[in-house]
Design a protein. Structure first.
Ligand code: PEP
Ligand code: MN
Length: 361
């Protein structure tokens, strides 16, 4: 009897599994390193897809810029040995062509490429007529429209299976992470593209292995669909991104430590309690907005007096006083200083705009 393939499973696009776990080295360095990393990852039974950088966009010249096309047969071998699909970063038409020649299953566009519409368009043109899933990392700068633009270019080339990877945003100076997560940006992408898989790359956000687990958990709590985490057989001696890579076995431990959550449940008790609390939140939000509106009306009145007396809108001393008061009050109420600053910045800017309208028509 002819065997019928499990159609549903076979037709399920590779990037649709939830949670989708992608791992592998930042860079394919040698055949032995690539194969051993991949086979040890497969042995954990916790990884759905293997990754490796073949062409590496490096910040400065003289660093390891990737092994190049020579590494693709190594990945292909890893795929054949493990039965796991493989994904590679592409930035040019030639990269796409080479990946297709070596049976790469999923392509990804890196953050340094998403930022450049010429490059994304070149990749999109090379993909015309090809049926392969593409994951698009956020651009290095926090520009949602640019990320959306990348998605549109690839979609217009006829690619149906597109996913997003959040890898954080470049910043200047010493900060907690290598790239600022700015979680509100991927959250907004999810709101705009609710059906598109959204994967978190804690390796490039964190830049250090000690924060991978907490970043990964945070993304799960924000209902991300999967993780891309870099791994290496000898992380400290990796040719790129040594500080953020973990061994395949450590990756497995890290994954075991995560609590996967569902978006919803059919437990009635939970749903009823949630609904009640959400009503309270709506009620409080209405009150907060009403108070803010009252506050703006007072600001406008001040604007009228300032106009009559030819006084500047911005009063630096008063602004400092507002911040100091807010931070002190916030601390007593359990609100972080960071939040108070963001909140007051938004309120103050809106007040300035309102006064500007009163004073300058
Ligand atoms: C990578 O995934 O190795 C990489 C280069 O990442 P990003 O594009 O996020 O910098
Ligand atoms: Mn990397």
């Amino acid at each position: 009897m002819e065997q019928t393939a499990p159609v549903a499973a076979a037709e399920q696009p590779l990037i649709r599994k939830k949670p989708l776990i992608i791992s592998g080295p930042c860079s394919a360095e040698t055949e032995q390193q690539t194969i051993e990393t991949c086979t040890r990852l497969a042995a954990t039974g916790k990884v759905d897809m293997l990754r490796a950088g073949i062409w590496k966009p490096r910040t400065k010249p003289g660093l390891f810029e990737g092994i190049g096309t020579k590494g693709l047969p190594w990945l292909k071998k890893a795929k054949d040995l493990t039965g796991l699909p493989i994904t590679v970063e592409v930035a040019t038409a030639k990269h796409v062509e080479d990946c297709l020649a070596f049976d790469v299953d999923v392509l990804w566009i890196g953050a340094r490429t998403t930022v450049n519409p010429f490059s994304v368009q070149e990749v999109a043109d090379a993909l015309r007529g090809v049926d392969i899933p593409v994951l698009i990392k956020n651009p290095i700068n926090p520009d949602l429209e640019l990320w959306m633009g990348g998605v549109e270019r690839i979609a217009k080339a006829g690619i149906k299976n597109i996913g997003l990877i959040h890898r954080g945003f470049s910043n200047y100076g010493n900060t907690e992470y290598r790239n600022a997560p700015m979680w509100h940006l991927p959250i907004e992408m999810k709101r705009r593209l609710p059906d598109m898989p959204l994967i978190c790359d804690p390796s490039h956000i964190g830049g250090r292995r000690d924060v991978l687990q907490s970043l990964a958990q945070k993304s799960i709590d924000l209902d991300f669909d999967g993780l891309m985490i870099e791994s290496h057989i000898d992380p400290d001696n990796a040719w790129s991104d040594a500080k953020q890579q973990v061994t395949p076995e450590r990756l497995a431990e890290l994954l075991d430590g995560l609590v996967w959550r569902q978006e919803t449940t059919d437990k009635q008790e939970f749903l009823t309690a949630l609904e009640k609390l959400r009503q309270q939140i709506n009620h409080l939000d209405d009150e907060i907005l009403q108070l803010i509106s009252n506050r703006m009306a007072v600001a406008e009145k001040i604007g009228t007096y300032k106009k009559e007396n030819n006084i500047t809108i911005l009063q630096p001393n008063r602004w400092s006083e507002i911040i100091d008061r807010g931070v002190a009050k916030g601390a007593k109420l359990g609100l972080t200083e960071d939040f108070i600053h963001k909140y007051l910045d938004a309120i103050h800017l809106e007040s300035i705009n309102r006064q500007n309208r009163v004073m300058n028509g």
